[in-house]
Design a protein around this ligand. Structure first.
Ligand code: GLU
Length: 282
């Protein structure tokens, strides 16, 4: 079996909390006998701060983790994302979307679809408003609005690649539902890429062959596997792990306060104690 290459991929939008600590320790443990990488997912310059990146790397080192250098920063990977987008455009599976969030919500309400939130999804899928705009309409709006987001035509893309699956350590072989996330945005108007596109391009670039991350991201894997197939990228194996919860059962990922690793440090906890608290006793 090939040696594992795993990564911990935080977004520097806040301090690491215990849930992140768990994910990082999990990824590092899964890399035993192989390579452990850290990737800074900082495509969203409006939300990311260099000071958080510094603090995250400091906390990881404090926890006793060691990773390969240099650390890859997604903010420096624009050309690679543009190349991938160009390929998807060539395949004819992207279309420009001019909708605002408000317009999308109104369209969903108008269509009478209950805005139910499937587990792990951010909300109901995009209703497809811009999918069938004519070439002329696209030109007019592009000129008026100075740009657009690019969405994947998920049904069309699925038709190009046929049936897909991915392997998850817990779930086994999972059949891809290419429509699960709908026509997701692959390039935001403001940042020219998206979480999904950047992750797929970078996991391949970094030769990550085992993606470990929280079970909340399992729905994303359906879309990401589709993108790998479209872009001819290798499919890593996956291990979606449970999210650790606080004493009230609330997911730590949703909180940004008491369980920050730096708070635990400041309170006098040792790295070994925090590792144990995160479920990784020495
Ligand atoms: N950057 C993502 C996050 O902080 C993780 C992405 C991934 O592991 O695929 O939730």
């Amino acid at each position: 079996m090939t040696a594992p290459v795993t990564r911990f991929a935080p977004s520097p939008t806040g301090f690491l909390h215990l849930g992140h600590g768990y994910a990082a320790l999990f990824a590092a443990a899964a890399a035993a006998g192989g390579r452990f990488l850290v990737r800074i997912e900082d495509i969203d310059a409006g939300r990311c701060r260099p000071a958080f990146e510094t603090a995250i790397l400091e906390d990881l080192a404090w926890l006793g983790l060691a990773w390969e250098t240099p650390v890859l920063r997604q903010s420096q990977r624009g050309p690679a994302y543009r190349t991938a987008l160009a390929r998807l455009i060539d395949l004819g599976v992207l279309y420009p979307c001019f909708c605002t969030r408000k317009e999308i919500a109104a369209e969903i309400a108008r269509a009478g679809a209950a805005p139910q939130e499937a587990a792990g999804l951010d909300g109901p899928p995009y209703p497809g408003t811009c999918r069938h705009l004519s070439g002329q309409e696209r030109k007019t709006r592009m000129a008026a609005m100075g740009g657009a987001a690019l969405r994947i035509d998920a049904a069309k893309a699925a038709g190009l690649v046929g049936a897909l699956s991915f392997t998850d350590a817990g779930e086994g072989e999972v059949a891809v539902d290419p429509l699960l996330l709908g026509d997701a945005v692959l390039a935001r108007k403001d940042i020219g890429t998206s979480y999904h596109l950047a992750v797929v391009v970078d996991d391949a670039h970094q030769e990550v062959n085992l993606v470990t991350r929280g079970a909340d991201l399992l729905p994303s894997t359906h879309l990401q596997r589709l993108l790998q197939a479209l872009l001819d990228l290798p499919a890593p194996r996956y291990h979606h792990h449970p999210l650790i919860a606080d004493e009230t059962g609330a997911r730590l990922a949703k909180r940004n306060d008491a369980r920050a690793i730096r708070v635990l440090r400041d309170e006098g906890m040792s790295p070994a104690e925090v590792r144990a608290l995160a479920g990784f006793p020495d």
